[in-house]
Design a protein around this ligand. Structure first.
Ligand SMILES: Nc1ncnc2c1ncn2[C@@H]1O[C@H](COP(=O)(O)OP(=O)(O)O)[C@@H](O)[C@H]1O
Ligand SMILES: [Mg+2]
Length: 369
């Protein structure tokens, strides 16, 4: 799919912006803090309904204003999609898909698919498990809206179960109602674990090959799912195990007032040649793992949806050596790519591809001819 048009109103440092793209390679060039990432962030909004930098919508509304608006038009193989997002300090987020207002955030998923690669993605390897779960959830939700609904449901039930655990401490007779929450948690949780496992297997198959070719066959990548509930078998079996584990940790959970086991505790481990990249990997190896993952995501999305996603590369070119840059640019073929950089010279190997360059300066953008 190709992003053809992007309109912003009071989004971050943009009072008004209207861009029309013609090529499949777009460069946004400008010094730091001028608004390059803000543009990518607005595109991420149209893909997932949220920012990748903050969970608070009001942060992206231009200072002193109380309403922000984003509109994106993408062309697909057949037809096009128009997505509009409205953010208001006093009201619920507004989402319009081809002129019709969406009732749930999940309806947005899959209309515009994007893969973002930024230096902060290294956190995926280095940070705690929450970061890796977020990665999984974002990716799977985009290709499978049902997953997103189940996840929302799981989080709701989890919060209610945790509230109840605290209440039981004060009023032990409430323990009777715990079973209902256990069952609901196990049911939605089992689906999540099943899908995460499926996705990780697919991701590993593809990224292993990519990683091997980036490293000239020197490194073998393994991605290992570490769920806190056994993931073997189908959804029913996982649900059964889930329920048993909830039961056996019930007393501990009541004492602590928190649910100790479940997919909110899952993790993934990235191994290179059988050692944990998080602990033993060099910065360069970690970066290569992330690059392999991103390239795999593109392939998975394309396979599942029949459309290549839009690739957003935020300030990563200067971090990749020439070989990795070449791998990246070679493998993205016809994928529309939007690249931000402070120095256009950091983007090599542009030969042969048609591209557009835009200058970004303090919330103003103009095409460089
Ligand atoms: N809500 C906001 N309203 C107005 N300006 C903002 C808002 N949030 C961030 N900014 C400004 O946006 C700029 C950062 O933009 P960003 O896209 O991250 O820069 P870069 O070009 O380095 O990627 C900063 O100048 C910051 O002050
Ligand atoms: Mg930036």
């Amino acid at each position: 799919m190709y992003l053809k048009e992007l309109t912003l109103h009071n989004f971050r440092n943009y009072a008004r912006l209207n861009l029309t793209f013609e090529s499949d390679m777009i460069l946004l060039v400008g010094q730091n803090a001028q608004g390059k990432t803000n543009i990518l962030e607005s595109i991420v909004y149209t893909c997932t309904g949220r920012s990748h930098r903050t969970s608070r919508d009001r942060e992206v509304i231009r200072w002193g204003e109380d309403f922000a608006y984003i509109k994106a038009v993408v062309e697909k193989r057949i037809g096009k999609n128009i997505i509009e997002i409205g953010l208001d300090t006093n009201r619920k987020k507004m989402i319009n898909i081809n002129g019709t207002s969406a009732k749930r955030l999940g309806e947005l998923m899959g209309n515009i698919n994007g893969v973002l690669f930024s230096p902060e993605d290294l956190r995926l390897i280095k940070d705690g498990p929450a970061e890796r779960r977020r990665f999984l959830d974002m990716e799977i939700s985009q290709i499978m809206p049902k997953y997103f609904y189940r996840l929302q449901q799981y989080n709701r039930v989890l919060a209610q179960r945790n509230d109840l655990l605290k209440d039981i401490n004060r009023q032990p007779s409430l323990i009777k109602s715990l079973d209902v929450w256990n069952e609901q948690l196990a049911l939605s949780g089992a689906y999540i674990i099943f899908k995460r496992n499926e996705f990780i297997e697919e991701l590993m198959k593809i990224s292993r090959e990519i990683h091997s070719s980036i490293t000239f066959g020197k490194e073998i990548l393994d991605i290992i799912y570490k769920p806190s509930i056994p993931h073997e078998g189908g959804v029913d079996e996982i649900a059964k195990n889930f329920l048993e584990i909830l039961k056996s940790s019930e007393q501990k959970d009541i004492d602590r007032g928190i649910t100790s086991k479940g997919c909110h505790r899952d993790d993934i481990i990235f191994m290179i040649n059988n050692t944990d990249t998080r602990i033993y990997g060099s910065q360069g190896q970690q970066r290569t793992v992330v690059l392999s993952l991103k390239l795999s995501e593109i392939e998975i999305m394309e396979r599942l949806t029949g459309e290549a996603p839009i690739l957003l590369l935020d300030d990563v070119m200067s971090e990749l050596d020439e070989h990795r840059q070449k791998m990246l640019l070679d493998s993205i073929g016809k994928v529309q790519t939007i690249i931000t950089t402070t120095d256009i010279r950091d983007v090599s190997m542009m030969d042969g591809r048609q591209y557009e360059v835009y200058r970004v300066d303090n919330g103003n953008v103009w095409r460089q001819l």
